[in-house]
Design a binder for this molecule. Structure first.
Ligand code: SF4
Length: 464
């Protein structure tokens, strides 16, 4: 079947047959992906919560992003941009994710069974805000998860995401049950609860099929499945010999999310957890599913983003990003890293920033931070700050390389300040003004800095 299609320009008819042959278990996926000119312009009629949000915030968003309102509306209708915001989230300030909006940064916070302190989580929220994160995700897996989520929603007025599967897993394990005992109804009920509380986006591993899980487990991966939610669902499928309920009952998920404009962050449960695993059959099988699901969601009036890798060697970052974007029809791409080496624990925020900057150049829209604590322990507030800053530097490097006007203007402002030894101008242009001021503090009465002192190269030729 695959061989017969190589080199041929697939007609609508044989494309339908292709999907019918390869996805016969999922009748709802048997539609031909629409192309740009065929998009129906009724997203806002279907999703009234999104329409209301846009009515309230479009002028502000257009000003912040320096984009025409029509550009934003077109991109939302095409599904290449998403407006993250659930009207049930009090005092919400929604944000846009997707080309050509500014690259956004997410900070993961939340409790774990070995480090469970709500006060620490409050400090992490402050650190994320101080460092300039655009969103946070509550990944808590210990304590009273409903109360923690409620408090985070009260403290954080930009979009907040969750992984509802974690709460389901916690309840099962706390009650002496196995992950395999989960009922699909429990998972859908948890997602509905998060939506009603005001959660703006949810990670849901809908594209993880039983076939994909089997490929990942049996295919000699160096690291198997490293996604927490993905590993739980894979275990459930393999133990019960059943298909993923989020895939089988995808429309039920859409029915829950649409009234709240909850954006689906279509999770990459089979993302590579080692550079050597990147680009294998399991990963791409899931990406193909995610592309089909993103189309289905848009048809239904629900926004989605695609989650991406993961551990990817630097030489493969660009092709990975371009391939995922191609197969998911340009949907906003939200990546964890990519981490371009596996052996830098303690410095994974740097490895992630290198991959992130390369990814942004190739089309990534949204960077999930990594912190110095990645692979080692739960991050503290200082780690959160470092992680967000590393991702912001990565995003900025990528945007400079892309020639984005806002990023180029910042570079110009910094260089003008440097040339005049105008420390105030440099502070204004810096990604982290507070750190600039702190490092300069011992010598801030001097015109030059302590790097060269009277040998200052800038001053040497200033009067010439
Ligand atoms: S002292 Fe050296 S590092 Fe500092 S501003 Fe002058 S040239 Fe730059």
């Amino acid at each position: 079947m695959f061989g017969a299609l190589i080199g041929k320009n697939m007609s609508a008819r044989n494309q339908d047959e292709f999907y019918a042959d390869n996805y016969r278990d999922f009748a709802f996926l048997l539609m031909r992906p629409k192309r740009e000119g065929e998009m129906s312009r009724d997203l806002f009629d279907k999703n009234l919560a999104l329409k209301k949000l846009l009515d309230d915030f479009l002028p502000i968003l257009a000003g912040e992003e320096a984009l025409a309102s029509e550009t934003i509306i077109d991109a939302l209708e095409m599904g290449t941009m998403a407006l993250l915001g659930n009207p049930a989230h009090k005092n919400l300030k929604p944000i846009l994710v997707g080309q050509p909006a500014r690259i956004k940064i997410n900070a993961n916070i939340g409790t774990s069974p070995l480090s469970n302190c709500v006060e620490t989580e409050r400090k992490k929220i402050d650190a994320a805000r101080d460092a300039g994160a655009d969103t946070i995700m509550d990944l808590s897996i210990a304590g009273d998860l409903d109360a923690i989520r409620e408090e985070m929603l009260n403290l954080w007025h930009l979009p907040l995401g969750t992984v509802p599967m974690y709460a389901v897993g916690q309840k099962l394990l706390d009650n002496g049950r196995e992950i395999a005992d989960m009922k699909a109804d429990e998972l859908f009920a948890e997602i509905e609860k998060h939506a009603a509380q005001g959660v703006d986006f949810v990670t849901v591993h809908c594209g993880l099929s039983r076939r994909g899980a089997e490929l990942a487990v049996r295919d000699n991966r160096e690291m198997g499945i490293v996604s927490r939610g993905g590993s739980m669902l894979a275990r459930w499928m393999l133990e019960n010999d059943r298909e993923n309920p989020l895939l089988e009952e995808f429309d039920r998920l859409l029915e829950i999310c649409r009234p709240y404009n909850v954006t689906l962050s279509l999770g990459d449960g089979l993302r590579p957890g080692a550079g050597a695993d990147a680009g294998d059959a399991a990963q791409w099988e899931e990406v193909i599913n995610l592309g089909l699901l993103a189309r289905r969601a848009l048809e239904f009036g629900v926004q989605s983003m695609i989650e991406g890798p993961g551990h990817v060697r630097l030489d493969q970052v660009k092709t990975q990003i371009q391939g995922i974007k191609r197969l998911t029809h340009g949907a906003p791409l939200y990546v964890l890293g990519p981490l371009c080496c596996d052996s830098a624990p303690g410095y994974d925020h740097i490895a992630g920033a290198i991959g992130g900057a390369t990814g942004v150049q190739a089309g990534v829209d949204f960077l999930c931070y990594l912190t110095p604590a990645e692979h080692l322990t739960l991050p503290d507030a200082a780690d959160v700050f470092q992680g967000v800053m590393a991702s912001r530097v990565a995003a900025h490097c990528g945007e400079v390389a892309l020639g984005r006007p806002g990023a180029i203007a910042r570079e110009k402002a910094m260089n003008e300040g440097r040339k005049k030894l105008d420390w105030h101008a440099m502070e204004k242009a810096a990604l982290d003004p507070a750190t600039l001021a702190k490092r300069r503090e011992p010598h801030n009465k001097e015109e030059v800095c302590a790097m060269c002192g009277k040998f200052c190269a800038v001053k040497m030729l200033q009067d010439k």
